[in-house]
Design a protein around this ligand. Structure first.
Ligand SMILES: [Zn+2]
Length: 171
C-alpha cells in the first residue's frame, strides 16, 4: 500500500528515570505479520538510487524476517547452506560494533537506526547491501559476504562508479 504522506503516531515512552516522553513518531513504512507492506509516497520517491536509503527494501526485509515467526527479530528463514550460528555470530558482531560506536559518540558506518533493534539491524543492512554495497563491504565485510550468499546477488558489481557522489554524509 502506498500512502500519500508519512504516517505519524503519538508515542509515549518511559525512560530509565521514570519520565514519560511523548513525541510524534514519523514512519516511512510499516510491515506486519500477514498484513500489507505500507510505505509513504515521499519516501518511496527517495528510494531507488544508491543513497543507502530504500524504504521498500527495508519493509520487505521485515517481511522476509517474519517468514518464520511473528517477531521481527533479525532472523529470517535461511537457505540450507547458511548455518544459523554463522548468521547469529556475524550479525551480533555488527550489532556490538554499532552499540560500542554509539557509546563512544562515534559516527556509525551505516544508518544508526540499525542499532535500535536486531530486526532494524537486518533491515538497514539489507538497504545498505543493495544501495550502498561499497560502504557495507568496507565496514562489515563478513556481513556483506553473508548477505551476498543469502540473496545470491553480487550487488557490488553493479554499483555505478558515480554512486558515492549522490550519497549524503552519514552522521
Ligand atoms: Zn524497520
Amino acid at each position: 500500500l502506498i500512502l500519500p504522506d508519512a504516517f505519524r503516531r503519538r508515542v509515549e515512552e518511559m525512560d530509565e528515570f521514570g519520565v514519560v516522553h511523548e513525541y510524534d513518531d514519523e514512519r516511512a513504512g510499516e510491515t506486519s505479520h500477514q498484513g500489507p507492506v505500507v510505505v509513504a509516497f515521499p519516501d518511496l520517491m527517495e528510494s531507488g538510487d544508491f543513497s543507502g536509503f530504500n524504504v521498500l527494501i527495508h519493509e520487505f526485509a521485515h517481511k522476509l524476517d517474519l517468514g518464520n515467526s511473528l517477531d521481527v527479530d533479525g532472523f529470517p528463514p535461511l537457505p540450507g547452506d547458511i548455518d544459523p550460528r554463522e548468521w547469529h555470530r556475524v550479525f551480533m558482531a555488527v550489532w556490538d560494533d554499532l552499540q560500542s560506536r554509539l557509546a563512544r559518540g562515534e559516527a556509525t558506518p551505516i544508518d544508526d537506526y540499525a542499532a535500535t533493534h536486531p530486526g532494524e539491524c537486518f533491515a538497514v543492512c539489507c538497504e545498505a547491501f543493495f544501495t550502498a554495497p561499497d560502504l557495507l563491504h568496507d565496514a562489515y565485510p563478513a556481513l556483506f559476504d553473508l548477505l551476498g550468499r543469502y540473496f545470491r546477488q553480487q550487488t557490488l558489481a553493479r554499483l555505478p562508479p558515480s554512486a558515492d557522489h549522490a550519497r549524503p554524509e552519514h552522521h
